[in-house]
Design a protein around this ligand. Structure first.
Ligand code: PFF
Ligand code: NA
Length: 469
């Protein structure tokens, strides 16, 4: 099938709400529940919120809008959308495809752990581990060469199981969703997952803030450390969190917008998605820190010593906290990990759609062929290689490299290509303004084309000097 023919038959979202749900589903993910709370905490707690909000308003939403406009205008996913700017820019699109492929593999592994932990919550498996939840996670769940494929086995009378099958299950869902297509697959999954997620997560947060000691946790979260504001790595962390959290710079928002019908309000959608994602993120921060406050109250150890890093927070601290709840521990444990799975899955589907859409648009593959090849390939790699490597170290390295320097740098490069080399911001602005009552003007152009890139350059320069100089 030729590219031209593919473009004519391009798939579409059923409704605008369907698109917004899917875009919000992509945005709201592990980054909100699992990454944001500890990043905020490590970067000055309350003081992080200021750089975070500045990054959201001056860079996040403007860049999201640039990607929407780029994808909607060219009706194509990243490689072609960038190629239309100038030939060499196609490389940016493929680079984003490459990053998405790597991200998909490790992102799925974390969802696999969460799915396994949802089951462990009910059986309270970790409670029986004599050396505690940390030992359980590092020596049982991560040392997976043994028992990886065991569906279930009993040890000391408790039910245990490997991560292999949950991970396969996740990839099967991704396969079905993408194979069914944009409207019947992706949109359908998000129509169910996102409302459900909001309700379940709401229950969790209410429970969290009504726990004894939660106030101390919230204080730790909201107490500003203004010294952090002069630290360039804090600013980089805020920008990287916003970009990762809004799924910006991976090509996915370009692809999702390309499935919108002609007369679509891009600006309204970008504002809705941007604020929905950050609201969910702040809510997650409140919930997680309230629970850490309860933990501190229980153990007598101050809140700031409760945080054991990104992975530890969800898979070490949480099981421990949940086991210590006065009532409903199996229920709330299950709820928390089920939320991680729901949020993660809808994001994973969007990440995998990046290479799938690129293969369809640029290589002319059918959707079926793209999905079978790409989901099969990444899924098999994630499932088979996971037991060979220690997933944790790969993840930590990827988190440090990709999420900090990689993401901020990738965003900078795409802005420079669009705004400075191709000088397309005025066209993209006019395109967005055609069907929106919210008109973009000089504020959008200046913050996206001037302030954000200059700021990112300066901050990247400072952070690099700090790290290597
Ligand atoms: N935005 C997602 C999160 O916050 O977890 C992660 C993500 C999804 C990144 C999709 C990139 C992407 F293309
Ligand atoms: Na997010």
């Amino acid at each position: 099938m030729t590219g031209e023919k593919m473009l004519k038959q391009r798939e579409h979202w059923g409704t605008r709400a369907g698109f917004i749900l899917a875009a919000a589903g992509s945005a709201i993910g592990l980054g909100n529940i699992w990454r944001f709370p500890y990043v905020a905490y490590e970067n000055g707690g309350g003081a992080f919120l200021l750089p975070y909000l500045i990054a959201l308003l001056t860079a996040g939403i403007p860049l999201l809008l640039m990607e929407y406009s780029l994808g909607h205008r060219s009706k194509a996913s990243a490689p072609i959308a960038y190629r239309r700017l100038f030939k060499a820019a196609e490389g940016i699109g493929w680079w984003q495809v490459g990053v998405a492929v790597v991200l998909a593999a490790y992102y799925s592994v974390i969802i696999g752990w969460a799915a396994r932990y949802a089951g462990f919550s009910i059986t309270q498996t970790w409670a029986d581990n004599p050396d505690g939840t940390e030992d359980f996670f590092f020596n049982r769940v991560l040392q997976i060469s043994e028992g990886y494929w065991d569906f279930a086995w009993t040890e000391n009378g408790t039910w245990v199981g490997g991560v292999g099958w949950p991970l396969v299950g996740i990839w099967v869902i991704v396969f079905i969703a993408l194979f069914a297509g944009v409207r019947r697959g992706i949109e359908m999954v998000n129509r169910i997952a996102i409302p459900l997620l909001v309700v379940l997560f709401g229950i969790l947060v209410v429970r969290a803030v009504t726990l004894e000691g939660s106030g101390a946790g919230l204080n730790a979260f909201f107490t500003p450390d203004f010294g952090a504001l002069t630290n360039p790595t804090v600013w980089i962390a805020a920008y990287a969190q916003i970009f990762f959290s809004l799924s910006i710079g991976f090509g996915i928002m370009i692809a999702y917008a390309s499935y919108l019908r002609r007369k679509s309000d891009l600006t309204g959608s970008a504002l809705t998605v941007g604020f929905a994602n950050s609201s969910f993120e702040l809510l997650a921060g409140i919930g997680v820190f309230a629970i850490l406050g309860y933990m501190a109250f229980q153990s007598g150890t101050p809140v700031d010593e409760q945080v054991t890093g990104s992975i530890g927070l969800a898979f070490v601290a949480f099981p421990e906290i949940v086991s210590a709840l006065p009532w409903g521990s199996a229920f709330f444990g299950f709820l928390f990990f089920a939320c991680l799975v729901l949020a993660g899955l809808s994001s994973l589907i969007s990440i995998v759609q990046v290479p799938v859409a690129a293969a369809q648009d640029r290589l002319g593959w059918s959707r079926q062929k793209s999905v079978i090849t790409i989901v099969g390939g990444i899924g098999a790699a994630a499932v088979l290689f996971m037991p060979m490597t220690n997933g944790l170290y790969v993840l930590d390295a990827a988190d440090g490299a990709i999420e900090n320097f990689g993401i901020a740098l990738a965003a900078l490069v795409s802005i420079i290509a669009v705004a400075w080399i191709a000088r397309k911001l005025p066209q993209l602005r006019d395109h967005a303004n055609r069907w929106s009552s919210i008109k973009l003007g000089w504020a959008w152009m200046i913050s996206l084309g001037l302030i954000t890139p200059l700021f990112l350059m300066y901050m990247l320069f400072q952070a690099t000097r700090e790290r290597f100089g």
